[in-house]
Design a protein around this ligand. Structure first.
Ligand SMILES: Nc1nc2c(ncn2[C@@H]2O[C@H](COP(=O)(O)OP(=O)(O)OP(=O)(O)O)[C@@H](O)[C@H]2O)c(=O)[nH]1
Length: 504
């Protein structure tokens, strides 16, 4: 071969080598397998190229690139299919927005045309992303069934109506004869207009505020009045002291006056020149002393009169003070009773129980008296409310409370714990006595003939009881009884469970 030809061949080979190296760089990153082979090919072509080995490598790469092309097409088609599914799903979400529908349709047309290359696919993706971003708001879920203003008002109106009903019901128990309350209750039963409802709310609020204020001011008023009465008594006492001081001074002055008159008389006796003048002087002396004595008697009488007046006024004030204190004590006692009484059942409430348990514990510990605690809960009480109404439920609570109270001895204590649950403190009973006592209560209660809406109903209660043990706290005893009550409920209700025994 000619030297010139050889040189030209060499130049072509170098150009081809550079091209192949650039081409390999373009394909880099397609797959690690191809990357490795590309690197090998570049190694064969670098420096003094080994074309034989490079040819082997190029053949291998040809096959690998063919396979890569097939899988790339598969990925491209799959991506376009996925994109199409997403756009269609979006189209359904925004069915009501015609503008967005149109854009979605245009995008779907583009997605259905054959993709020229990977770059065309990327462009489609970019377009789809922009489309989703711009129309995201149209597809975001709206709040379910938004309420109109009138609907909202109606809801508030009914909530206030319910609340007012409940408030009046509770309040009417305290003031069963209150005309205003009875009128509002009657109107509520017939249905009230919004304006009337608001007026009724104001009436109730006014009543509650007045009552709260009068309760709060009771102690203030009584203390003020006691203070005033005590002030008057103290004023009278100091007037009496002033009076005594003044009368002491008057008496002192009149004694001094008589002393002086006596001295004058003594002088006259010593120096009198005649019996006649002594007689005259003696008469004058007697007159003076008599006048001083009658002045003194008058002053003493006035003073006594004044003193008696002051004492009478003090006595009156003290009597008033005593009666004020008594009425205050009575009102205070009434307030305490009322704050510790359940308004529906008239039984002591939980606050009363909390005080009573402390005293019962002290008696049991110091007086060595047996003490038992029991909890009773009306069975399936909710169903009474549900079937016959809340008023029937209230009536049931009242009858059951009366029955339990009546069938306990006067030393025993019962309180409404809350809802349809009662707590009892039974004195002087041991565990077998407790079991018998509770069993008798349970059985007699289940025998009461209840009738609601012409239907005979059996009301029963479950009982849990326990006896006080050394070292128990009030909470521990209560919890033990409550656990037994829970067991009684679990055992089918209408039964008694104490620490040792179960009866039905
Ligand atoms: N009428 C009326 N119901 C009340 C009163 N206090 C609580 N309740 C109702 O008493 C019901 C108690 O129901 P639950 O605690 O489910 O018990 P229950 O139906 O007695 O069932 P068990 O205790 O499992 O036998 C609830 O529906 C309360 O609304 C009240 O003063 N009057």
């Amino acid at each position: 071969m000619e030297g010139k030809q050889l040189q030209s061949l060499k130049n072509h080979a170098e150009t081809l080598t550079r091209f192949i190296i650039r081409l390999t760089k373009f394909y880099e990153g397609l797959s690690s397998d191809i990357d490795n082979e590309l690197q090998t090919l570049r190694g064969h072509l670098a420096g003094s190229p080994n074309y034989t080995l490079a040819t082997v490598s190029i053949n291998k790469l040809g096959t690998k690139l063919q396979n890569a092309h097939a899988s790339t097409s598969e990925v491209v088609n799959k991506s376009i299919d996925d994109l199409e599914t997403d756009v269609k799903a979006f189209q359904q979400k925004v069915a009501q927005s015609s503008g967005v529908q149109q854009n979605a349709a245009q995008l779907l047309v583009k997605l259905n045309q054959p993709a020229q290359d990977l770059f065309a696919v990327l462009a489609l993706y970019r377009q789809a992303t922009r489309f989703f971003a711009v129309n995201a708001q149209a597809a975001s879920p709206k709040p379910a069934n938004p309420q109109s203003e009138p609907e909202k008002n109606a809801r508030h109106y009914h909530a206030i109506l319910d609340e007012l009903n409940l408030l009046i019901k509770n309040y009417a128990r305290k003031r069963p004869d209150d005309e205003q309350l009875l009128t509002i209750q009657a109107k509520l039963a017939q249905g009230m207009q919004e304006e009337e409802l608001l007026q009724s709310c104001v009436v109730i609020i006014r009543m509650i505020v007045q009552e709260a204020m009068s309760e709060a001011s009771l102690s203030g008023k009584v203390i003020q009045s006691l203070h005033k009465s005590l002030g008057q008594v103290s004023q009278n006492v100091s007037q009496t002291i002033d009076l005594s001081k003044a009368s002491f001074a008057t008496r002192k002055a009149s004694t001094a006056q008589m002393q002086a008159q006596l001295e004058t008389m003594e002088d006259a006796v010593n120096h009198s020149e005649s019996l006649e003048s002594l007689k005259r002087q003696a008469q004058q002396y007697v007159k003076n002393v008599s006048s001083t004595l009658s002045e003194r008697a008058q002053a003493e009488q006035d003073e006594q009169h004044e003193l008696l007046k002051l004492l009478a006024s003090m006595q009156g004030q003290l009597t008033r003070l005593q009666s004020q204190t008594q009425s205050y004590r009575k009102k205070l006692a009434e307030q305490i009773v009322s704050s510790q009484t359940d308004s529906l059942t008239r039984l002591p409430n939980r606050q009363a129980y909390n005080e009573r348990i402390e005293r019962a514990f002290a008696l049991a510990e110091n007086g060595n008296v047996k003490l038992a605690l029991a909890v009773a809960d009306i069975d399936l009480f909710k169903s009474i409310n549900d079937r016959f109404g809340h008023a029937a439920g209230d009536k049931t609570l009242q009858v059951v409370s009366r029955h339990l109270r009546k069938n306990l001895s006067k030393d025993d204590f019962i309180a409404r714990w809350g809802g349809e649950e009662f707590v009892m403190l039974l004195l002087g009973v041991d565990s077998s006595g407790l079991q018998k006592k509770l069993e008798a209560l349970r059985a007699s209660l289940a025998d009461i003939p209840f009738k609601f809406k012409q239907e005979k109903v059996i009301i029963s209660a479950s009982f849990g009881g326990t006896c006080l043990k050394a070292g128990d706290t009030p909470d521990e005893v209560f919890n033990r009884a409550d656990t037994n009550l829970y067991k009684a409920k679990r055992s089918g209700r209408n039964c008694v469970i104490t620490d040792q025994e179960t009866t039905l």
